[in-house]
Design a protein around this ligand. Sequence first.
Ligand code: CA
Length: 233
Amino acid sequence: MAKVFQATHVGKVRSNNEDSLTVIEPETFVVADGMGGASAGEVASQMLVQIVRIVLENVSAPRDEKLLARAIMVANAKIFETAKQNEDLRGMGTTATILSLEGTTAHFAHVGDSRLYLLRGKHLEQVTQDHSYVENLVRRGELTPEQARVHPMKNVLLQAVGAVEEVFVDAASFPVHSGDKFLLCTDGLTNMVDDAAIAEILLTATNPADALIDAALANGGKDNVTVIVAGVD
Ligand code: CA
């Protein structure tokens, strides 16, 4: 069984927390970062985690990457429909990053710029790729990752769950090793704390979720911050 730490914080600048997170037994983890006017971002990210939970708890199929992706697509349709019918919620959307550990396999599904990381030994790897404008520029070699982190358009997403009629979900699976640590987080962490500092905290902190939040707040806490850390025995 994985040892799990989770935490979310509104940050030091914003007045509401548009991030949502949930842990669905057994060993499935979800983070979502909502966007939209007024309270629409909160509605979108809360809908995402609730709908994913309902789908996963009511389908008896294995929680492989296909089922995780399907859960995101179900949420997409429901959030899109709700936004269409409610003027206050028009245009709302959310990121979605889901990890499910099943025996010695990790399955994940992902949309947006929240992230899944894997710490294996001392090496931290970003598993998911951001669906963002600046990430595309990094991939094309037009920006360095350092430039992307401070770019004025770094918040521009290429797609979000519920904001488009059809969403394209990245999903895959890979083998888990003993001692692996997984981190799911919103961009309120990664825009404030670089990968080297994240790795150091995952390696050393007694409660890595609280320590990651503290680091994001110490560096300015400009956004809501949400993290789930799952360490495999
Ligand atoms: Ca955010």
